[in-house]
Write a protein that binds this ligand. Structure first.
Ligand code: PLP
Length: 399
């Protein structure tokens, strides 16, 4: 019998949990190995919230069973994943399209190795989640970069440069980040169609990292790249995971969705040749429970995050333009424009760490165009965010 879960309300997300000493990277790893007393960590992309109760129940029941053998939850798992993407964002995928992986970065590495040859060029749009720029040369491919441009406070793709970079470097693969971390853009249909049209014209395959697809703010809609048309689906590897959505990053489960059978089998073979056979039992049970029972939890979380955006926005408005918020369309990672502080990147790091007592991600790690910005994770209880914003306001007013 399926258990019915009580409705979550916002008070669930108000609870402050002590994560120190648990091995949580966010809390137990310090910037550059240096400990700063009383530092608030708002960096790496996991949330300070408990996962949906159904996930914890599934893990407890898995642990109680006490046998942790090789596991495949089969059709039920595949359906839970594909139903989620259909119901929430209109992507019609078949469970047979799924290629499992331990993470999205791993998925992208496998897709790079399977779908282009050593020495081929792979395009990314910077600033972008920093592993994008690392995994391309790490897998023996050439990095090609087009820089996003800011127009009226909003980032856009310079399509002229995008196509030029593809032509000049003979690009074979494009790594799309959608929604885009860290500039928190949710690409519009027109933008995605333009990317698809250029890529198709030049025979460029697309690996679309949609790990943040569930985090979209009012007025914006995430459109899965592969849902644009059957032709686009045929040239796309969609990288998904329950890890950001339900805060399960430490469990390591991801699912690629690949309609094109030839591409799918190439990627699947690459995973097998890396020695990867499928999700571990805890990851499988937790992911299934999350996709089946986590939706109401997510709806309340989205509303909570949207309130947090409001608090951040108010606090930054009060800095009189010294630190401005790039209006977020998606993700819980906020992109703060600190250029008006006129600091070098080193000074900016020191300002946040030492004067404000906040550990954020420095913008420059995300590549071209990241200098002068900081990335702030607001997926924390209001009490934590209030404390962080108080520290930031006081530090700015002392400048
Ligand atoms: C855009 C993006 N892709 C991938 C990841 C990491 O995914 P995984 O831990 O599944 O490799 C992150 C984590 O922050 C991310 O922001």
């Amino acid at each position: 019998m399926t258990k019915r879960y009580e409705k979550i309300d916002k008070s669930f997300f108000d609870e402050v949990h002590d994560r120190t000493g648990t091995g949580a990277i966010k809390y137990d790893v310090t910037p550059g190995g240096v400990s700063y007393p009383d530092m608030l960590p708002l960096w790496v992309a996991d949330m300070d919230f408990k996962a949906p109760p159904a996930v914890t129940d599934a893990l407890v029941s898995c642990a109680r069973h006490g046998i942790f053998g090789y596991t495949d939850l089969g059709e039920e798992y595949g359906r839970a994943v594909t139903d989620w993407f259909y119901r929430r964002m209109g992507l019609r995928a078949d469970p047979s399209w799924i290629v499992k992986a331990p993470g999205v970065v791993f998925s992208m590495c496998m897709a790079i190795r399977a779908l282009c040859a050593p020495g081929d060029a792979v395009l990314i749009c910077q600033p972008v989640y920093h592993p994008f720029a690392k995994i391309i040369p790490a897998n023996g491919r050439r990095l090609a970069v087009t820089e996003l441009v800011m127009k009226n406070g909003r980032y856009e793709i310079d399509f002229g440069d995008f196509e030029d970079k593809i032509k000049r470097n003979n690009v074979k693969l494009f790594l799309l980040c959608s929604p885009h971390n860290p500039v928190s853009r949710v690409w519009t249909r027109a933008e995605l169609e333009k990317m698809a049209e250029i890529c198709r014209r030049h025979g460029v395959l697309v690996v679309s990292d949609e790990i943040h697809s569930d985090f979209v703010y009012e007025g914006h809609t995430h459109i899965p790249f592969a849902s644009l048309s059957s032709e686009v689906s045929d040239m796309t590897v969609t990288c998904t995971a329950p890890s950001k959505t339900f805060n399960l990053a430490g469990l390591q489960a991801a699912n690629m969705l690949i309609e094109n059978k030839t591409l799918r089998e190439r990627v699947r073979r690459e995973c097998l040749s890396a020695g990867y056979g499928g999700h571990n039992v805890a990851a499988a049970c937790a992911s299934l429970a999350a996709y089946k029972h986590g939706e109401q939890w997510l709806e309340v979380l989205l509303s909570y995050l949207s309130d947090n955006v409001g608090l951040l926005s108010e606090a930054l408005d009060a800095t009189n333009g010294k630190v401005t918020l790039i209006r977020p369309e998606g993700t819980y990672l906020m992109w703060l424009d600190c250029r008006a502080l006129s600091m070098t990147d080193e000074e900016l790091d020191a300002f946040f760490l030492k004067s404000a007592g906040l550990y954020l991600n420095s913008g420059y790690i995300f590549g071209r165009g990241g200098s002068g910005f900081m990335r702030m994770n607001i997926a924390c209880p209001k009490e934590t965010l209030d404390a962080a914003l108080g520290r930031l306001s006081r530090a700015v007013s002392k400048l």
